[in-house]
Design a protein around this ligand. Sequence first.
Ligand code: MSP
Length: 648
Amino acid sequence: MAFYVTTPIYYINARPHVGSAYTTIACDALARYHRLRGERVRFLTGTDEHGQKIERAAAERGVAPQVFADEVARSFVEAWPQLSISNDDFVRTTEPRHTAGVQELWRRVRDNGHITLGEYEGWYCVADEAFYTEKELVDGKSPTGRAVERVREPSYFFALSRFQERLLAFYEAHPGFVAPEHRFNEVKAFVRGGLQDLSVSRTTFTWGVKVPDDERHVVYVWFDALANYLTSLGPGEREFWPPSVHVIGKEISRFHAVYWPAFLMAAGYSDDELPRQIYVHGWLTVDGEKMSKSAGNVLDPLKIAAEVSADALRYYLLRAVSFGQDGDFSHEDLLTRINTELGNDLGNLLNRTLGLCAKNTGGLVPSRGEGGDLERALDAALVKAARDAEAALGRIEPHRALDAIFELCREANRYVDKAAPWAEAKRGDAARVGTILATLLSVCEALSVLLSPFLPEKSAEMRRQLALAPLAPREGEDHWPAAPPVRAPGATLSPGQPLFPRIDDDQRRLLLERLTPRRPAAEVAAPPAAPAPTTETNKQDISIDDFGKLDLRVGVVVSAARVPKKDKLLDLRVDLGEPEPRRIVAGLALSFTPEALVGRRVVVVANLAPREFSKGLVSHGMLLAAGPSEDLRLVAVPDGPAPGTRVK
Ligand code: MSP
């Protein structure tokens, strides 16, 4: 079976933010889940790079649109792996495979008689890249509250009005085409209200796909963008068509649920060849406010991931918001859920289980005996969690799937208390202790599978600690647990660090301060003006020999701790490829928790004279970083060069 899931392709007038991360993470969880079930999966995301909005954004920056596009598209390509996104392809609308595909789709629609030349006069909103009728304007603005412009230009029109009846019939025959239902009702009401022909080309700018056989026009950016779902399929990938689900935000449902199927119908696609579902999710606010550049509260998902782990962010986004509804990103709630649900319910279960094994079974997987009512109840809870999560994911309700899985965690924690292996150990009943611990190990193993679509890194870490092979989804192999996993006794368990280390009150305060967006500059008192850099200060050139005196090295932070009574300092040990890690005391504590630094690949000034901060606290080097002390970014070295490698 094939499963083809897509995100919207994101405009490149903004870098990845929590909104685009939200959709992408949801699609990733779906893709990972379907791979785990043994399906052939294609997960597509990408960037929408044409149109007037992008042309203007590039002009504002004073660069050519393609240069601008390359730079911002890269920020998406590089961001997603940091959130463990497992997309199979990334489509850019400026790629030849796409532009050729758009022209082909255009020709087919035109040759079928559904595109004709005319003149457009009306309103256009560049921010929405959408045409609006007079009737649709609200107080002289677009329905989304953005500025509109009056335009009058020659334009090709798509005969959308011809498809009204066929669309309504299609909706009728496919009651799940748009979900959730209330979104489908909105779409149907819009189509029933009557469809006007749609302007599908522009002549007042040039940044787009050229209209075939009429180069004065560029293709309307939505005709261009929607086609990505088709154009990105290479010759060997056509079997994925039609898409199983396009996941989108609520503001673009009209484009996906009305225009897109109509374009495809016009190109000759039969109803069976149209996308199976458009899943419309809600919008996120940030601490109760609309996320926007002007409010200064656009959240950077990579910063959050660096502070609390990508998996914690993924979990939070998918658990805290009912998918399909609007929701709020609350920093307080994020940190609370990390401690309670991730730390206590999940992390502690694994810790407790492995700790009890270390104490009672010599750290080995014990054999499981017959068991009694308690074990049967927990086994049943496991099967129920797997089934409920499966059903929820089938309905694209990741929040409910997580709820079902975490109910199993809580059930397993209650089981430990009830079964009380410590009491059995005291009584000397080693067989019973073994059965209890084997039952718990079986739940932990099942959890490592059930959670892998949501928490891929932590699930892999769970499996490492449980001494299980990494999950390797393969076509035709279903890994979803249908029954409690049974393991041969004897393997040596490998307990490690807590999955989600507890965030104490001090760290919480610090994290809240660092993660909560600052108010826009206009609202805060202007800082005293810094002296403008003069050419003299910039001109103190040094020779290459001077530069050569600096011994810059690749380092990996192996441990980090706060320094009592010194708010700004962290006491680090950094691997520089020397026999012992170096001690470096760095002023990073306002920007990083100690945990966030461990494992970072940094650049170290390795030949700085030792500096004593206080008695006994001596630093033997310095890390390179940029920014104000409460928002520093470390200079990093990507994977590759070993610790100690010279930076030159
Ligand atoms: N380029 C078009 C889509 C073309 S698809 C053929 C576009 N791009 S966008 O960059 O504006 O991305 C919009 C999508 O980003 C939304 O549909 C949603 O998936 C996601 N989100 C952006 N901000 C969001 C929130 N504040 N909350 C939730 N999702 C948000 O529209």
